[in-house]
Ligand binder design. Structure first.
Ligand SMILES: [Zn+2]
Ligand SMILES: [Zn+2]
Ligand SMILES: [Zn+2]
Ligand SMILES: [Zn+2]
Length: 156
C-alpha cells in the first residue's frame, strides 16, 4: 500500500548576503528577505508558505507541514480533513475524521455499524440502546441478557 499523506519539516534559514537570492516556490519572485523557509526541497517567503485551508503562515504555527493531493496544509486542517476519529468499536476499522459517527460512551461507530450487535436492529432517533461488555444492544436483547444473568448466583 502506498502512503500518500506525509508531513514535512520546515526550516527557517537566514539568507547569506553573498549568495544569489533564491526563487520562492509560492510566488516565483526572488527572496530578498533576511530569512526564508525551506520546505519540500523548495524555498519560500515566510508569507508564501501558507495553509491552503486556513491561510495561516506555516512557518509560524509549527515546524511541520502536511501535504495531500497537492495541497499544503497545517496540521490542524490536515487532521480535520484526512485524519481519523478512531477505530469503530463494532467493525474495528478506522473512521476518517470527516465521516459522521455515532458515539456511545468512549466508543465511536460508523453510522452503518451502529446497530444491535446481536440482532442487527438499527436504532432510530429516540430509540433506547444499551452498552454491555462494550457491545451495543437493543432493549430486547439487553433485557434478555439480564434475565439470563438472573439465574447466576449473586456474588457479594
Ligand atoms: Zn513568495
Ligand atoms: Zn490550516
Ligand atoms: Zn464500523
Ligand atoms: Zn437486538
Amino acid at each position: 500500500m502506498q502512503k500518500q499523506e506525509k508531513s514535512f519539516g520546515i526550516q527557517m534559514l537566514s539568507v547569506q548576503p553573498d549568495t544569489k537570492p533564491k526563487g520562492c516556490a509560492g510566488c516565483n519572485r526572488k527572496i530578498k528577505d533576511r530569512y526564508l523557509l525551506k520546505a519540500l526541497d523548495k524555498y519560500w517567503h515566510e508569507d508564501c508558505l501558507k495553509c491552503a485551508c486556513c491561510d495561516c503562515r506555516l512557518g509560524e504555527v509549527g515546524s511541520t507541514l502536511y501535504t495531500k493531493a497537492n495541497l499544503i496544509l497545517c496540521r490542524r486542517d490536515y487532521l480535520r480533513l484526512f485524519g481519523v476519529t478512531g477505530n469503530c468499536a463494532a467493525c474495528s476499522k478506522l473512521i476518517p475524521a470527516f465521516e459522521m459517527v455515532m458515539r456511545a460512551k468512549d466508543n465511536v461507530y460508523h453510522l452503518d455499524c451502529f446497530a444491535c450487535q446481536l440482532c442487527n436492529q438499527r436504532f432510530c432517533v429516540g430509540d433506547k440502546f444499551f452498552l454491555k461488555n462494550n457491545m451495543i444492544l437493543c432493549q430486547t436483547d439487553y433485557e434478555e441478557g439480564l434475565m439470563k444473568e438472573g439465574y447466576a448466583p449473586q456474588v457479594r
